[in-house]
Design a protein around this ligand. Structure first.
Ligand SMILES: [Zn+2]
Length: 288
């Protein structure tokens, strides 16, 4: 009995963990878009986790904003309504739980036709693309607990956007003026214009998850930024990193080219957050 009383007193003497304040930015994230979840009012050293639309969010304390920050995503096709975000925080002072309702928006993605033509000189004699699906799947299945990335993200190429994310596309493979193949798809990245040869910089610190010369994507690099965040860079003329390399934000990964399925030289940038492919244009603007 005495031991039990002592335990109770010890519990009561501990300061209670304050109720955390949850906010997110942008305020009404659209389907196919990433957003930042920011948690304030907790001491440094707390363990903060959350779930949102089947995603496990991992938070890291951000010194600049004195808040805990995590990346989250709204999958394409998510209905525009309130979706619960359940948060748990644990520190020396105990644990706290909180729920927030994240209202999402519905984005009207446009429709476009794309004519794919083999680009003269894009592939050197003797070079051949291979099926990269298994390698890419394996790279994206990596579970890296450490977080390499930090804000703000780096725009990999300073050039104009030639195609936005999410556009519904009718692809037409051309041989001269003749259509040899047609298929429907969705543009799952952001196209940045190039002439060929421009350096492409990493969006954030990370590890090279895979590289290769694959069908469709051409010469490409996939980066693992940790905690479920990946970026990829397609259609390069030249790859300048190797699988497993540690890279820094802005480090040159390769050069703009016209390899794979393209209508001309450009960078196709793609981003994945917690298994969800998201609009890289929005990602590049995120601030806590
Ligand atoms: Zn593209």
């Amino acid at each position: 009995m005495r031991a039990l009383t002592a335990t109770l007193v010890l519990w009561a003497a501990l300061p209670a963990l304050a109720q955390p304040k949850i906010r997110w930015t942008p305020e009404k994230p659209g389907d196919g878009r990433p957003f930042l979840v920011v948690v304030e009012g907790l001491p440094a050293g707390a363990e903060v986790r959350a779930t949102f639309l089947k995603q496990e969010l991992a938070f890291v304390h951000d010194e600049g904003s004195k808040a805990y920050v995590a990346l989250a995503a709204v999958p394409l096709g998510t209905l525009p309504r309130a979706h619960p975000l359940h948060l748990t925080a644990a520190a020396d002072g105990g644990t706290q739980e909180a729920t927030a309702q994240v209202k999402t928006a519905w984005i009207r993605y446009p429709l476009a036709e794309v004519r794919i033509k083999p680009q003269p000189g894009a592939v050197k004699k003797g070079e051949k693309a291979v099926d990269g699906r298994a390698k890419i799947r394996e790279a994206l299945a990596r579970k890296t607990l450490e977080r390499f990335w930090s804000l703000p993200f780096h725009r990999p190429l300073e050039s104009k956007v030639t195609e936005y994310f999410g556009v519904r596309r009718l692809y037409m493979k051309m041989r001269g003026e003749e259509i040899v193949k047609k298929w429907r798809g969705r543009h799952m990245g952001l196209d940045l214009d190039g002439n060929g040869g421009e350096p492409i910089g990493a969006v954030a610190d990370g590890v090279v998850a895979t590289t290769g010369h694959f069908f469709g994507t051409g010469k490409c690099v996939y980066l693992d930024h940790g905690q479920g965040f990946f970026t990829s860079y397609f259609h390069m003329s030249e790859i300048l990193v190797k699988d497993g390399d540690r890279v820094k934000r802005g480090q040159v990964l390769g050069r703009v080219g016209a390899t794979g399925h393209v209508s001309g030289p450009h960078l196709h940038l793609a981003a994945r957050v917690n298994g969800v492919t998201v609009d890289p244009a929005l990602l590049l603007t995120l601030k806590p």
